[in-house]
Every structure is written in structure tokens, then in C-alpha cells.
Design a protein around this ligand. Structure first.
Ligand SMILES: Cc1cc2nc3c(=O)[nH]c(=O)nc-3n(C[C@H](O)[C@H](O)[C@H](O)COP(=O)(O)OP(=O)(O)OC[C@H]3O[C@@H](n4cnc5c(N)ncnc54)[C@H](O)[C@@H]3O)c2cc1C
Length: 375
């Protein structure tokens, strides 16, 4: 009999959530992650209340860096629109801390968590899953791919299309000295989002307690165009006084991932399923991917338990993901919207951003996933 019921490849929020739920259900998950935790994960660290609720984390009791925010500004074509809420609308966390905390919690619940082990090959079928690593072979009845954008399970079994749309991003996260923290806090603590003039992405300035995170992500851009956008953002932040020229920033680093616009991956098959970025679930337009990774991790754990205990297939999991996050390819309306001339699209964005109700409902609620979804 294999030592584990499920092998989870990747211990980011998707994989650790799946492992935590599996262990809580009395199953024996094994998590394999190539990185040694705590590890750096490039991310602005914006998490929605829904994502924290799915994790059953009370933000008041979370013991590490967490910045509630109840206002956020959106800037486009020189206009700045601030939205305010009566209670925290979302939170800023530090991924290095958050991911480590979640993985340790999964281990405390009974998951066998092993980091520093890179998965090099996978196979899954009716006889179960086989995972090759630098440190030997592991076998179990079920395999979960939660290895992010480069997940080996997704690459081997997810039927990834070469037409997928990749977001390229650059980010710098800096922990401030107490003096700098005080100086910048005096300039305001409202996160700011800067929509790119050609609507291909957006930059952000995200203060989180004594940490500032600055970054930019866009689709369809080369690295050269991303660097130009990043430099323009840094100069604009400098000119507005938000980013004093003598502030020592951590160097910018880059990362890529897919959003659910054109990512029609195979989400599940015989004895395997994909979770989070491995499944291409980050939200179109905003790139919000932590919430979908966590929610899909929970759903995948339930589906795996159903398979192991009742022989139920994993296709119900795939259907639920499509219901929540769409099929991964644009429908009729999406295709027509994508063909709109840029000037009309910009006018529509001006209109949406200019209306407090549309910003709240459409931009933050839908695009950034801040509207609560039924569990
Ligand atoms: C610059 C940037 C900013 C972002 N900002 C936000 C934000 O503010 N809010 C938000 O919601 N989303 C944001 N995202 C998206 C978010 O980071 C991802 O959607 C999220 O991390 C997905 O979680 P995951 O668990 O699926 O994968 P990941 O967090 O990528 O975890 C995957 C894990 O798999 C491991 N792994 C990979 N390959 C192997 C292998 N071969 N063997 C073993 N282990 C392997 C990796 O080490 C990693 O730990 C941002 C992304 C970027 C790039």
C-alpha cells in the first residue's frame, strides 16, 4: 500500500490549502516543493476577505504582517479615483511569510510536507500516480498539480495551448527602516493602481505596514516594453512625491504567469487535477490569483476525498472550476470586446472609473474578486 493518498506538487497557497484540507479529512497528503521555505514569491500580496475566509483565517488573529485597507485609488489618464469602504475591503500580506505559515499549518494538520525537492517527471492513470524527483520516486492514487506557472503536472497532463496569454510582471518589495516607514506613512497609506494608457496592464504602489511593494504587470508585452513601463511608473511615483529618489529600493525582479483569458487547460483527468496557477486560474484583467488558488485547493481536496472514498471522478471538480472562473477562453462578448478600437475601450474605462458604483461593483467586485462568491 502506498504511504500517501495524494501527492501535491507545489506548496504555494493552492497546494498548501489542498494538503491542509486533505489532512483535516483524515487523508495522507504528501507535498513536494522545489523551494526551501520560507521562500520569496513575487507578488503584490493583495488578498481578498473571501480568500482569508476560505483559509479560515481571522485577519485580526493572523500573527504575521497584515495590512487591512479600506480605500484604494485607481489612476488613469491623469485622473485619480479613490474608493472607500466602511470595513476592510482587502488585505496586504507578505508572500514569503504567508506561504510559509500556510505550509506549516498543513504540516501541523498531518500533511507530509517536504521542501527542497524538485519534481522532474510525472505520470497518472487508472493505476495511480508516479512522481519522479531528484530524491527518488513517489507513488499515490491521486496527483495534484499545484506547482504554479511552470508546474510539471500541468506541463505533462494539462494539454497547455501555445496560444495562452502570459502576463509578464516586475516587482520590488522593500522592508523600510523605522525612519523611512514614518516618512512614507506621512504621505498616505492608500494602495494605488495605475492603469496603463494602452490598457494592457497596470502598475501598483502598495504600502503594507513597514513594507512597500511596487510593481507592474501587462499582457502581450515583450520584456523590453515591460521595462519601459516599469521605468515610467517609477518616474511618475518619484514625480508625485510617493517615491523619494533617495529611498533604497530592493531590486526589481520579474515573473510570468497566465490569466484565465486564454488558458483552456485540461483541469482534471484520470487520477489527477490542477490547482491555482497550474490550472491557469488567476483572474483576467487583475491577475488576482491567490484567492482562486486557495478556493481551487479546497475544491480539489474535496474532489480527491470523493474519489478515494466513493470512487467519484474528478470531472465534477473541473466543472465547478469552469463555473467559478470561466472556460479559459473568451466567449462571444469577450471576443467582440477584444476587437474594440483602443480609443473606444479607453473611453469605456474612463466611464467605468469615473463612476463610484461601477468601480466598486465591476472593478473591485468582479475584476479583483472582492465580491463574495458562494462557497
Ligand atoms: C508580480 C506579481 C504580483 C502578483 N500580485 C498578486 C496579488 O497581489 N494578489 C493575488 O491574488 N495574486 C497576485 N499574483 C498572482 C499570484 O501570485 C498567483 O496567482 C499565486 O501565487 C498562485 O498560487 P499557486 O499556489 O497556484 O502557485 P505558486 O504560489 O506559484 O506556488 C507554486 C509552488 O510550486 C513550486 N514548484 C514549481 N515547480 C516545481 C517543481 N518542478 N517541483 C516541485 N515544486 C515546484 C514552487 O516552488 C512554488 O512554491 C501576482 C503575481 C505576480 C507575478
Amino acid at each position: 500500500m502506498p504511504a500517501h493518498d495524494v501527492i501535491v506538487v507545489g506548496g504555494g497557497p493552492g497546494g498548501s490549502t489542498a494538503a491542509w484540507r486533505l489532512a483535516a479529512a483524515g487523508l495522507r497528503p504528501l507535498v513536494l516543493d522545489a523551494a526551501v521555505f520560507p521562500r520569496v514569491k513575487l507578488c503584490a500580496g493583495w488578498v481578498t476577505p473571501q480568500a482569508l475566509a476560505d483559509l479560515e483565517i481571522d485577519p485580526e488573529k493572523y500573527p504575521l504582517t497584515i495590512q487591512p485597507f479600506s480605500a484604494c485609488a485607481l489612476a488613469f489618464e491623469g485622473a485619480r479615483h479613490e474608493t472607500r469602504w466602511e470595513r476592510p475591503a482587502s488585505y496586504g500580506i507578505i508572500r514569503r511569510e504567508f506561504d510559509h505559515y500556510l505550509l506549516e499549518r498543513a504540516a501541523a494538520a498531518g500533511a507530509d510536507v517536504r521542501w527542497g525537492i524538485r519534481v522532474t517527471g510525472v505520470a497518472a492513470g487508472p493505476a495511480g500516480a508516479r512522481v519522479e524527483t531528484e530524491r527518488g520516486v513517489f507513488e499515490a492514487p491521486v496527483l495534484m498539480g499545484a506547482g504554479g506557472h511552470r508546474c510539471p503536472v500541468a506541463r505533462a497532463l494539462g494539454e497547455i495551448s501555445e496560444h495562452e496569454e502570459v502576463v509578464v510582471a516586475q516587482e520590488s518589495e522593500t522592508r523600510l527602516t523605522p525612519e523611512w516607514h514614518q516618512r512614507l506613512a506621512a504621505l498616505g497609506t492608500v494602495p494605488e493602481l495605475y492603469v496603463e494608457p494602452d490598457l494592457r496592464g497596470y502598475g501598483w504602489f502598495f504600502p503594507k505596514q513597514d513594507v512597500i511593494n511596487i510593481g507592474i504587470g501587462c499582457t502581450g508585452g515583450s520584456n523590453g516594453s515591460l521595462l519601459r513601463r516599469r521605468d515610467a511608473l517609477v518616474s511618475a511615483l518619484g514625480a508625485s512625491g510617493r517615491l523619494p529618489a533617495d529611498l533604497p529600493l530592493e531590486p526589481f525582479k520579474g515573473h510570468a504567469y497566465v490569466v484565465r483569458r486564454r488558458a483552456p487547460r485540461r483541469l482534471a483527468g484520470e487520477g489527477f487535477c490542477l490547482v491555482g496557477d497550474a490550472a491557469g486560474l488567476a483572474r483576467d484583467l487583475s491577475g488576482e490569483g491567490i484567492g482562486p488558488a486557495i478556493r481551487s485547493g479546497r475544491l480539489a481536496a474535496e474532489a480527491a476525498a470523493g474519489l478515494l472514498r466513493r470512487g467519484a471522478g474528478l470531472d465534477g471538480y473541473a466543472r465547478e472550476i469552469v463555473r467559478l472562473y470561466g472556460p479559459g477562453e473568451p466567449g462571444w462578448v469577450g471576443q467582440r470586446l477584444a476587437r474594440l478600437p483602443e480609443a473606444i475601450a479607453r473611453a469605456a474605462v474612463r466611464l467605468i472609473l469615473g463612476s463610484g458604483m461601477m468601480r466598486r461593483r465591476l472593478v473591485f467586485g468582479t475584476v479583483f474578486g472582492m465580491r463574495e462568491e458562494a462557497p
